[in-house]
Design a protein around this ligand. Structure first.
Ligand code: AHG
Ligand code: MN
Ligand code: MN
Ligand code: MN
Length: 333
């Protein structure tokens, strides 16, 4: 058989980052260090998640975030872990997090980068041992060195991202990121405490059979969306797959080909997903992998950002599927 039971010997994330840093246009060592800091934070969060059921850190915290969502204990633990790692790492001047209304100033005034994060994605899945994730997006600051981070640092637009990616805490833990030169995935080896390159130069299939949408909102969708979904359903071999963890749904579709759809609903007129720390980073990743992102009229990366926690419509998927969806939306607009 072809089963390879040997331990992974290959490229560690550290080594990969070192090799890649020659290609960074500027600030070579610093962005590398920042990516390592994120990887380190994710290892700690991975540990917390794995033992969550044993040490009573599942369940709601009893507080709400700026979006009016109930915060889970693990939301806050992941948030604190990330913030600490980024403060200690020293490469980041400010952080925007889903769980904090305001910019978090790290005090590293001479740092060159800012980070937007969704520390834990898929809150509704935390308590039930289903995959959850972390999403991150990195910009080079535009405010002067030596001063605190400003809103403008975070509102540069998706095209200005220097790096972005996610960590999926699934059947295994994987970190996937891009610095604008393709997409690479690194699987975590628990006993060694290392990420290993497992998915080099990821490419999304041009077409796919999977659509991911919260079907409970179907009746609220505009006709072109309904139409598109109906068309998908008629395809032979078509599959509906929706975990309710964006990172998990996204990662599966990236590997297998498919489309993720979060249209406007009655409750969420602009869609539900957050631009800075959910949509921009995943749009960067998917476009780097040959897929397409859209808000219905333009690439998500071209959406003009206005506020730190704004939401927007998100369609993320294989080229062909996005083409079919956009054809319908164009006719409708
Ligand atoms: P978060 O847990 O970070 O608040 O994100 C929740 C998001 C995303 O993970 C998921 O895809 C989406 O909410 C699910 O929304 P619905 O429950 O409306 O389908
Ligand atoms: Mn949330
Ligand atoms: Mn999320
Ligand atoms: Mn979250």
């Amino acid at each position: 058989n072809n089963l390879n039971l040997a331990l992974p010997v290959g490229t560690t994330l550290d080594r990969f980052i070192n090799r890649q840093q020659e290609a960074f246009p500027y600030a070579k060592g610093e962005l590398s260090q920042l990516l390592r800091d994120i990887a380190l934070a994710s290892k700690i969060i991975n540990r917390e998640i794995n033992r969550a059921g044993l040490i009573d850190i599942t369940g709601a915290l009893g507080t709400e975030n700026v979006q009016g969502e109930s915060q889970q204990k693990l939301d806050m633990i992941a948030n604190i872990r990330f913030i600490r790692a980024l403060i200690n790492g020293g490469e980041v001047v400010g952080i925007v997090s889903e769980e904090d209304d305001e910019i978090i100033q790290t005090g590293n005034l001479n740092a060159k980068y800012v980070v937007a994060i969704d520390p834990l994605d898929g809150s509704s899945n935390i308590d039930v041992n289903v995959s959850i994730g972390t999403i991150f997006s990195i910009y080079r600051r535009i405010s002067p060195i030596g001063t605190p981070a400003t809103e403008a640092d975070f509102l540069q637009g998706g095209r200005k991202q220097i790096a972005a990616g996610y960590i999926l805490y699934g059947s295994s833990t994987i970190m996937v990121y891009t610095t604008g030169k393709g997409v690479n995935g690194f699987t975590y080896e628990n006993s060694l405490g290392e990420y290993f390159l497992s998915h080099p130069d990821m490419k999304m299939p041009e077409n796919g059979k999977i659509y991911s949408v919260n079907d409970a909102y179907y009746d609220e969708f505009q006709n072109p969306i309904k139409d598109f979904i109906n068309k998908m359903r008629q395809e032979s071999g078509c599959m509906a797959r929706y975990i309710g963890s964006l990172v998990g749904d996204f990662h599966r579709n990236l590997l297998k080909g498919g489309i993720y759809i979060y249209p406007p609903t009655r409750k969420a007129k602009d869609g539900k997903l957050r631009l800075l720390y959910e949509c921009y980073p995943l749009a960067f990743v998917i476009e780097q992998a040959g897929g397409v992102s859209s808000d219905g009229t333009q690439s998500i990366l071209d959406i003009q950002p206005k506020t730190l926690h704004q939401r927007n419509i998100a369609y993320l998927g294989s080229k062909k599927l996005l083409f079919n969806l956009k054809k319908r939306l164009d006719k409708y607009h």
